[in-house]
Design a binder for this molecule. Structure first.
Ligand SMILES: Nc1ncnc2c1ncn2[C@@H]1O[C@H](COP(=O)(O)OP(=O)(O)OP(=O)(O)O)[C@@H](O)[C@H]1O
Ligand SMILES: CC(=O)C(=O)O
Ligand SMILES: [K+]
Ligand SMILES: [Mg+2]
Length: 604
């Protein structure tokens, strides 16, 4: 290996002294890098001198999500790269890339291949499937389309499966898109199933204990029977709906008073008119408080959810979002269930915070999970609406402290289900979530069944970019020190390295942090610091790359890398430069989970 290095730049040839490759402005190492240089003029050009393992170079580098891959022409130089991100990086430089990640719920409005492609091109990082709706065949088709999109077009869109949970829901309205309840009308909520079409002003309700006053439930394995056939234990509870209770649909979008109970039917008087949507959530209120006993008896993961989870494992989803989490126990249970199944260990478990119990046990739930969702739809049906913003702020803060990605969800752009522009208040709400530096924003009905899914995504994207830019212009780096999270000494070192690297990145105004990470942990530690510059996260597995797509500021690449950081950097610079995604002189900080060190360098 030559020790004398020549870097060729468009304007000049730079001769560097031996022993240093790109002279680090500083090198702060717990374990020093080997200083012998392996950089050669030729190695900077991907096309002329392939790196040692370039036999697999066509799959060496996968570009960040957000954009379709460039095909044939690029393959000859050994790189798959997203044209949109590539164009963004070329045009506006690193700093302009979006940090806040975007999630779209997929539904009838967006389940086609072209529709999914349009969302991916519009910046969708994660596709969410709500198992409350649709058949498993329908969901399988969507999952496969997203996978095909990733393979053919170079995206890294992750799939999040959201469990139905066992809260009380309305039925599916017999195929109708919605039903209008008017003030003063009497509607029947019933546990009867309909043979033919739905009788007028009648709504089926999702579980049998609704009106009988008896709900039988196995507390060990969730079978909804009086004596469990699986384990022989049983659990009986006696909760009922009472005349005088208030029934809220979707947290108050429509309200009824319970006026009569007749066998399996509950007659209700509409007091606040509105649109009833299929499978809308129902809650009961008595004397101004939520009736909780009923829900407390329902299992967080129902027997149907377990079947969906098995389906999700088989289809290789990236995340499972668990609805109505009450305690850390259920998360731990699911995580051990997943760990025991092939491929299950790769699935991240997201706790949906949407109940009073989940707020009570917030820290332990988040600690047990791989991320959390502020599920404001149901949360706002369980706590007074005016308490939701403070709950959101607390959840985002706890997630940040515990290094778990956090998603802000529901009604971000609700009016865009019907209209092509958002309300000013919705834009302010989105801005606040971005300003809180949550990892991701989520569309529900806007993308699942709204009329303007692409426009809604564009609004999320442009508001995120604008607020992020404002934040940088204001130079509002993190003032709040992050608490230590690790106990093991090597983890503590990684944490300190990432904290320091991020601080250095801000102070030096570097263009990007590069993080080489096998399991993604190191990348998440850098993301947690919310540095001012984007974070290029290089990982060698596609599943980790997809999962990283949920986290703030990470631009995940898949790259076959070795234990030798110097050759990794060499290869990365070469590949990114040949694509024009970085240029000579860019200032970069590199960290990795293989070597506990921080390198600061100009791109040669
Ligand atoms: N797979 C689907 N098939 C049909 N409609 C869907 C689907 N997914 C979502 N929708 C529609 O989009 C609306 C809002 O989406 P979604 O149900 O995900 O809301 P949510 O409040 O996030 O749900 P939840 O609280 O049940 O998790 C639904 O009421 C439904 O009409
Ligand atoms: C997303 C969700 O489940 C909610 O907001 O209730
Ligand atoms: K759900
Ligand atoms: Mg919900």
């Amino acid at each position: 290996m030559s020790h004398s290095i020549q870097f060729s730049t468009p304007s000049r040839t730079l001769h560097l002294p031996p022993t240093r490759l790109h002279p680090p402005l500083s090198s702060f190492s717990f374990r020093q890098f080997p200083l012998t240089s392996t950089f050669k003029h030729t190695s900077l050009r991907a096309s002329s001198s392939p790196s040692p393992d370039s036999s697999s170079s066509s799959s060496l580098l996968h570009s960040p999500n957000g954009t379709p891959a460039v095909k044939s022409e690029e393959r000859s130089s050994g790189i798959d790269v997203d044209t949109v991100t590539e164009a963004e990086l070329k045009e506006n430089g690193f700093r302009s890339t979006r940090r806040t990640k975007l999630i779209c719920t997929i539904g009838p409005a967006t389940c086609g291949f072209e529709q999914l492609e349009a969302l991916a091109e519009g910046g969708m990082n994660v596709a969410r499937l709500n198992m409350c709706h649709g058949t498993r065949d329908w969901h399988r088709d969507v999952i496969r389309s997203v996978r095909r999109l990733n393979e053919e077009k170079g995206f890294a869109v992750a799939i999040m499966m959201d469990t139905e949970g066992s809260e009380i829901h309305m039925g599916d309205l017999g195929g109708e898109a919605s039903a209008k309840a008017e003030d003063g009308e009497v509607w029947t909520f019933t546990v009867r199933a309909f043979d033919a079409s739905r009788p007028e002003r009648t709504i089926s309700v999702s579980y049998d204990g609704f009106a009988e006053g008896i709900l039988c439930f196995c507390c060990f394995c969730n079978y909804q029977v009086d004596v469990c056939m699986r384990c022989g234990y049983h659990f009986l509870c006696d909760v009922d709906v009472r005349v005088g209770d208030e029934l809220l649909v979707d947290g108050g979008m429509v309200r009824f008073d319970v006026i009569e109970k007749i066998g399996p039917d509950v007659k209700c008087l509409c007091t606040d008119p509105g649109l009833l949507l299929p499978r809308a959530n129902l809650t009961f209120w008595r004397d101004g408080s939520l009736v909780r006993e009923r829900n407390a008896m329902l299992p967080t993961i129902s027997s149907k959810d377990w079947l969906d989870i098995d389906f999700g494992i088989a289809e290789g989803v990236d995340f499972i979002a668990v609805s109505f989490v009450k305690s850390a126990e259920v998360i731990n249970h699911l995580k051990s269930y997943l760990a025991a199944r092939p491929g299950g260990g790769d699935i991240g478990v997201i706790a949906k915070i949407e109940s009073i119990d989940s707020l009570t046990n917030l820290e332990e739930i988040i600690l047990a999970s791989d991320g959390a969702m502020v599920a404001r739809g149901d949360l706002g049906a369980q706590i007074p609406l005016e308490q939701v913003p403070a709950a959101q702020q607390r959840i985002v803060k706890v997630c940040r402290e515990l290094n778990k990605p956090v998603i802000v969800a529901s009604q971000l752009l609700e009016s865009m289900i019907e209209y092509p522009t958002p309300t000013r208040a919705e834009v302010a709400d989105v801005s606040e979530a971005v300003r809180q530096r949550s990892d991701a924003l989520m569309l529900s009905g806007e993308s699942a069944m709204g009329q303007f899914p692409d426009k809604a995504l564009t609004v999320l994207r442009s508001v995120s970019l604008r607020i992020e830019r404002w934040w940088r212009e204001e130079k509002r780096y993190e003032a709040t020190p992050l608490q230590a999270i690790s106990s093991a000494s090597s983890d503590k070192i990684s944490e300190e390295i990432c904290n320091s690297a991020s601080k250095m990145a801000n102070n030096l105004g570097v263009d990007a942090v590069f993080v080489y990470t096998k399991n993604g942990h190191m990348a998440s530690l850098v993301s947690r610091c919310r540095p001012d510059c984007p974070i290029f996260a290089f990982t060698n597995t596609t599943s980790v790359r997809r999962r990283l797509n949920l986290q703030w500021g990470l631009i995940p690449f898949r790259l076959s890398f070795s234990e030798d950081m110097e050759s990794n950097l060499n290869k990365t610079f070469s590949l990114l430069k040949s694509r024009g995604m970085i240029k000579s002189g860019d200032l970069v900080i590199a960290v990795s989970d293989m070597l506990q060190s921080i390198q600061v360098m100009n791109v040669p």
